[in-house]
Design a protein around this ligand. Sequence first.
Ligand code: PEP
Ligand code: MG
Length: 585
Amino acid sequence: MKNDAQHKVTGIGIAPGVAIGPAFIIEQSGVPVPEYDIPSVQVERELKRLHGAIAKVQKHLEQLRQKAETLPAGAQDMMLLLDAYKGMLSGSRLVRGVEEIIIKQRINAEAAIQKQIAALKAGFAAMNDPYLAARADDVGEVGTRLIRSLLQQNYNPFAEAPEGCVILAEEITPADAALMNPGRVAGFATVLGGAEGHAAIMARALGLPAVSGVGALTHGIRTGETVIIDGRQGDVIARPDAATLHHYRQEAARKKQEDKRLKTLRNVPAVTIDGKQISLQANIELPRDLDAVFESGAVGIGLLRTEFMFMNRPTLPDEDEQYAVLRKMVEKLDGIPLTIRTLDVGGEKLASALGSAVGESVNPALGLRAIRLGLKQPKLLDAQLSAILRASMLGPVRILIPMVSSVAQMNQVRARVLNVERRLHRRGIKLKGLPPLGAMIEIPAAALVADALAKVCDFFSIGSNDLTQYTLAIDRGDDRVADLYDPFHPAVLRLIQFTAAAGWRANIPVSLCGEVAGDARATALLLGLGLREFSMSPLRLPAVKNEITQLSLPQATDFAEKIMSKTDQTEILDLLMQKFSGVRR
Ligand code: PEP
Ligand code: MG
């Protein structure tokens, strides 16, 4: 039965703005499957791979089920479906059949799954029963999830997305988001994901309105139907009635006007009323963001996340390949300083090229990631450092190390940089000097020893996203605890203040490059806490600049003092809103 009534579901608004367009629902199908023989000694290993993937898919299905459980009536059949999927993964004909194919035919698990799905589907089809035909689709869906998990590689889910569409998906990983063409997509919504996960950061960087954490998102919405995304309220509205559509069209037009006005600030200097110059720089996720950087008027790149070089590919980029990418960027920047962060994978940011190098952790966010991985796999780190050092010969570059937790780690990194420099020298590549080496301050331990770290670092960059996650013990990508994720929690603010003061005493620059840097409501507070450098998504920079031009430093300091005397988070947020000049994000 066709339902034409307006249908609204709500999640967390992760990137502001309004998107209106036809829904494009990302299905779990369409993965190209490789087939290859395996020697008999590797059968055991292949079965293990299969069971690893089964465990992962079961966990993912359980997450979706828990999400569905929180929904009012109507999601019952979705829960039943998810239960049925889970059932298919334990001791079922699907799993037994795949095991048998791997053992008897000695082929890889992905191909074995595909064969078993085909066999089961053929069996269902022969029975000519509509109920069983639907079960055949379910088997296909579960099999595809397994294959995707085994391949650890994302196919391009957006290849078929029509112009101006609104993407609706279970989850958008950072690797998926990197494949999204913002020119073709109006916005997106997902079932899973918290406010500060990397899909959220990508959405803001791309300027796409987005909502996450929407249970039963695609339930009751069909591909092609008109959908509105309200990225501020966290609403997804399908089949809007005329009044709703009118309201949102006006809202979208208003936002466009405001963006236009803010763009005129491009060449206005970021100077406070009392004449203090503030450095506003840009974060970039992908080289294609560079154009937005130039448009924003940023005076540098305060954070280049290099993860993109390692995503959506089966092999690691070698030094030369990394150098080629960095060289192009440095040349394009033509003298604008570039801060390059070394690889920060692990936790929620997985790179398929690393395969088993990252491994499985019970607590991935606390596991082998970022610089910990680099120091355990020095070849990986050295190749990147070598590429960065070579790029530093072409323009102003700084090296930024993620997830530093101790002075010893920084000393180890510096030793590796010196070693890489010596090796380059032996290859005939002679540097005139080493680029500044800095630490991300994003683990509470690093903030608490910031005074000691300042002695071994040339600069700091505060990563408020992870600092909030680790200080409050809140998974930044988990929608179920997203309401507790608060970068304005007094504990986080004290660590930021302490770090800024340590940097100031040691006379080293301290920047803040987490998402709060781009939140204009926070600008007065952050200035008052002693920060003078910020790096953010280029699209958010004009609103922050607008705020700076309306503040004086003594005013900001008084305001920060007032905030730091408060412990109630609601009161803090109220004060921030009162102070905020009112240009909406
Ligand atoms: C941060 O943690 O604040 C940060 C800037 O790094 P990322 O978001 O890439 O972890
Ligand atoms: Mg971080």
